[in-house]
Design a binder for this molecule. Sequence first.
Ligand code: GLN
Length: 306
Amino acid sequence: LVVSNWTEFRKQVEQIYELCKKNEQGQVATYIPQLGQVDPSNWSVSICTVDGQQLNLGNYQEYFTIQSVSKPFVYAIALDHLGQDTVHKYVGKEPSGKMFNELILNHENKPHNPMINSGAIVTCSLIHSMIDSFGNKPSLVFERTKEYFEKLAGGLHVGFNTSVYISEQETADRNYAISFYLKEHKCFPSNSKLSETLKFYFRCCSLNVSTSVLAAMGSSLANYGINPLTSEKIYKTSSVKNTLSLMYSCGMYDYSGQFAFEVGLPGKSGVSGAMVIAIPDVMGIGLWSPRLGKLGISEDVSIPSI
Ligand code: GLN
């Protein structure tokens, strides 16, 4: 067993959970109005080890939108089908040191990495216009992508939040601005369509998950692409390796360096307050607390002493 003394482990995680529950700092994101409707006191944690042991705390059955936690999983799909050389012709591998939705490109006029909005929008355009087996039609591309998420969830339900999707589309000026900036700098493959790419990006962000789902998804990365609950091989090992590297260096936007310093694990945050952590060979962790710090992520990583 990866965690041999499960009872003791559970006790320690419960203690940390309770201590963190007392932290009421931070604000729920409101720039997507529908996200602002969420009860800020939600707090759930789930763990799924690479040998399939599961732990769930708080309201782990409650669903929320995955938001940017979709980015590493979408990037891994692109790698799986197109290979790293093709994908990285379009997107870099360096942290940007800027906010997630910054209008900025690297010195080669590419988005800095696939974990920020600009890079994820480009990754979405690659999936939409370059993976022929996905059908090249918006409905089919989304269906194939959602199937990946369902496999990663190991049989747990993955939903779609229509209200958040509509809300985000209505208030998407910044993501439109980023996309036109990308188009101006010829960042997209020649046959890609900006409006379809953006809709696909918003759809990926509007997938509905719980922390149990996120833990199962994270454990699939921790287990080199094989979901521990179903034993299904979902991603190529090389895709997982690249994804974990960029989660480690870029997964927390302009907090990535500090997160790597303090926690030292590959992770990804989202504006819904969702977070996934993958500890290679050990476990996936899913967390959800809608309150965010001033950088727009779940940034207070100081672990209380127990
Ligand atoms: N859908 C959000 C956006 O594009 C995702 C951002 C995030 O989770 N940080 O703004």
